[in-house]
Write a protein that binds this ligand. Sequence first.
Ligand SMILES: Cc1ncc(COP(=O)(O)O)c(C=O)c1O
Length: 391
Amino acid sequence: MYDELKVPPRILLGPGPTIANPRVLKAMTTPMLGYLDADFVDIMDDTVALLRQVFGTQNSLTFPVSGTGTSGMETALINVIEPGDHVIVGINGYFGGRIAEIAERCGGVVTPVHGDWGDIIEPDQIAEACNKVSPKLVAVVHGETSTGILQPLEKIIEIAHQNDALFLADCVTTLGGQPVSLDARGIDIAYSCTQKCLAGPPGLSPISFSDRAVEVIRNRKTKIQSFYMDVTLLEEYWMGDTRKYHHTLSMTLVYALREALRIVVEEGEETRYERHEHNARALIAGAEAIGLEPAASENHRLPMLTTLRIPNGVDDATVRKRLIQDYNIEIGGGLGIFAGKAWRIGLMGDAANEQYVLLVLNAIEKLLGEVGHSVEPGTAVRAAAAVYQNS
Ligand SMILES: Cc1ncc(COP(=O)(O)O)c(C=O)c1O
């Protein structure tokens, strides 16, 4: 016999998933409908309309792909890249590396443009790469969750378009927490996820293609390798007057996404972005006050994910384990070259709030004290509270 499913009330302050909004969880208990039921199609249409709003786009081909953020990444690349196509990928963290890996699996000839972990990709580097190869696609990560960098996009987009290339932005971490503004910026392809700043469960990956990108896909010489991710087929299910079955969509996840997007729009996008920035400022003030230095360069920090260098002599795993055991708080460990060297604290969606900022700072301060990094009790919380008081 197995017990009834019960999980501890974790406070998820890592790189995602974040805490799902209770309204989203409630929407997930809505009964199933058939995948072509007219009422479900209406719900799909609502979801697409809301997604266009939050993506900041009029792009017709905008919908959620089944699967997590990586399925959006794979869908984006597999539809656009044909064997032999040149692809320039900015790699200044773990997820840029994943884009390059998938682009290569699609038969693309990848020119990596490396940046330091914790810093941005400079537009000049992209321009230089464009002078060497003639790219079909230039791809960068908007919010690099492994390093805590918010990549400026405008100049790189300009360079990509001057070179007649499509521009792709990985918005897995940014959608719902910072403006992605696809149309205003001229982003041709973007994908995201549901479990971070949209405060939903993992399982869908919102994606959007500009008309230019759609034209490139329609003019392919070779067939898209994947049936499941072929957007020309998925389009016939998600758009238009006569819908065609493609695969059995998870109604539950669509209900969840629709509710999550409704919440974003209700709060107001600008208010939500400012809330993420404000709480990140307070977190960093508290962290710095107890000697935890941000690992991302100062002018380019990602509000929803803060990387903090672990002080010498402090064991990463011990502190994170105690955070869970004693406080029910999950934060993230470092990825790649930051493994064991940095913590990743996510303030995503609902979790970007004063209560959790003060709680996690207090908990980390106490645990650091126990492993020999004592500061005057209350230092971190006082510094963070000052940010809230002065706003
Ligand atoms: C920037 C970025 N891209 C892609 C992914 C992959 O998303 P998923 O784990 O949902 O497949 C992540 C996951 O954290 C991410 O942070």
